[in-house]
Design a protein around this ligand. Structure first.
Ligand SMILES: Cc1cc2nc3c(=O)[nH]c(=O)nc-3n(C[C@H](O)[C@H](O)[C@H](O)COP(=O)(O)OP(=O)(O)OC[C@H]3O[C@@H](n4cnc5c(N)ncnc54)[C@H](O)[C@@H]3O)c2cc1C
Length: 459
């Protein structure tokens, strides 16, 4: 006897406008940007409203069908990748700005709204959304919140979680929870919205959010510097924070990263000579366009005098600032054979030691390889892009064991901002205790007793 066809009841009860079986669309929805296992889903559910999301989930719940929520599919952990046979629920048609409240400084958006659209809507009103990541044109607010995205301005504005005042979600059985608060204060029991933020679509589907906005900065000063080492870089960060009252970005690069990246034509002009012990890209956003540049220069002059900084260049145009960021984005790394990327976090003071231990361990095991280190150290976040070399082939599992072993030893986290998804699930216990994992399982069972929402992800 043939297995029952899940498409027939979906099509019958939801209709072909919501249930798409288009081959091209299904192909595009097979997997995200990560190298995690992919599968072409049998159908894509494309609701246009919260009520339609609720109908989709209630039906899948009744039929016992696994559903994978998908946003812009820019994820780097495979969280949105369906396993064979799993239905996808795409938020792409549930998009748009609902309201910009100037008095409350809030933006109410539908989950499928691309991040860049939300940023531009805030800016047009003279306000500012603190969240910014490289995938801004494609990723969606729902995906940003489901992954608790970090990015370039965490040091000033916090992670995505810090920008959420209110949330609407649909639970696995179709129940709609609408809590679109606009106030910062609401101490009325458990802060339920926080459970869905960073849950990677395993506890509910985010349909709308109220985001907190900030005043639009009037000036931005971007500088690229070389420093005598990690400790000097950290002293520079503390100096800038104390003299300027905070920076909006503080990105660091070790020479293995910088020297490789600026050697490639697609990176453009190298802002500083290669071969220095440490590089920093920093950005200050302020409200006094006439004086802010001078304040940054004075703070950097102090660091040069103290001997922490060896060279510095301040962007004179927006194009020059953009060129600095192109270096930091490190796109040339994609050319490394069998590239493996890591996104870990540690106590800030231990990052230099961690980078040294990791580099040594990887070089000892694969002398022909290259490991590059860079990240947002103000947030304790370090990225590693490593290759064992063309001849070594795919050694991802062995490399994971080495890197996550050191992360575990140094009480760090195996995921700072990209999430667990499928890729890091086998290593969750390196960063979470058995009691924490058991509590996560109990929460999952309480929210989704049939286990239909994004099964096989996170825990
Ligand atoms: C070039 C590039 C740069 C990047 N830079 C950064 C960076 O600096 N910082 C950073 O943190 N990340 C970064 N990322 C990773 C990625 O962009 C983020 O994780 C982003 O938040 C994912 O959003 P998305 O809409 O693409 O989600 P998807 O990839 O579609 O999904 C991600 C997860 O969220 C779930 N999900 C999606 N939408 C919903 C919803 N509405 N309700 C419930 N669950 C949902 C999915 O099931 C999945 O588990 C980058 C990626 C790229 C490609």
């Amino acid at each position: 006897m043939n297995a029952p066809d899940p498409l027939a009841p979906l099509l019958r009860e939801l209709g072909p406008d919501i249930v798409s079986t288009d081959a091209g669309l299904r192909q595009r929805r097979a997997g995200d940007w990560s190298g995690a296992p992919k599968a072409v889903p049998p159908a894509i559910l494309r609701p246009r409203s919260t009520d339609e999301v609720s109908r989709c989930l209630a039906l899948c719940h009744r039929l016992g069908l696994a559903v994978v929520p998908q946003g812009g599919m820019t994820g780097l952990a495979g969280g949105g990748n369906p396993a064979p046979g799993q239905i996808v629920l795409s938020l792409d048609r549930l998009a748009g700005i609902e309201e910009l409240d100037r008095e409350a400084a809030t933006l109410t958006v539908k989950a499928g709204t691309p991040l860049q659209v939300a940023q531009e809507a805030a800016q047009e009103a003279g306000l500012y959304l603190g969240l910014d990541i490289g995938s801004r044109g494609s990723c969606q607010i729902g995906g940003n919140l489901a992954t608790n995205a970090g990015g370039n301005r965490v040091i000033r504005y916090g992670m995505a979680r810090a920008m959420v005042l209110g949330l609407e979600v649909v639970l696995a059985d179709g129940t709609v929870i609408t809590a679109l608060d606009k106030a910062m204060k609401n101490n009325t029991g458990y802060d339920l919205k926080q459970l869905f933020i960073g849950a990677e679509g395993t506890l509910g589907v985010i349909t709308r959010a109220v985001l907190r906005l900030h005043p639009l900065p009037r000036s931005r000063t971007t500088a690229f510097l070389s420093a005598t080492g990690f400790e000097a870089g950290l002293r520079l960060l503390r100096r800038l924070q104390s003299e300027l009252g905070g920076v909006s970005a503080f990105e660091v690069m070790w020479p293995d990263f910088y020297d490789y990246v600026v050697g490639h034509p697609d990176t453009g002009v190298a802002p500083l000579p290669k071969g220095q012990p440490f590089y920093v890209l920093t950005e200050y956003e302020g409200n006094d366009a006439a004086a802010d540049g001078g304040r940054v220069e004075a703070a950097l002059a102090g660091a040069l005098e103290a001997g922490d900084v060896t060279d510095a260049v301040i962007a004179k145009t927006e194009k020059e600032a953009r060129d600095f960021w192109i270096v930091r984005e490190g796109l040339a790394l994609e050319r490394l054979p069998h590239l493996v990327n890591y996104d870990v976090s540690l106590a800030i003071g231990r990052i230099g030691e961690f980078a040294g231990r990791c580099r040594d361990a990887l070089a000892k095991r694969w002398p022909e390889g290259l490991s590059t280190f860079y990240g947002h150290i103000g947030d304790g976040n370090l990225h590693i892009s490593a290759s064992a070399g063309a001849a070594a082939g795919n050694v991802e599992h062995e490399m994971d064991e080495i890197v996550y072993g050191i992360v575990g030893d140094m009480a760090g986290s195996i995921s700072a901002e990209h999430g667990i998804g499928i890729l890091k699930r086998p290593y969750l216990s390196r960063s979470r205790s058995p009691a924490e994992i058991e509590l996560m399982r109990r929460i999952k069972a309480a929210f989704d007793p049939k286990g239909i929402l994004n099964p096989g992800k996170v825990i």
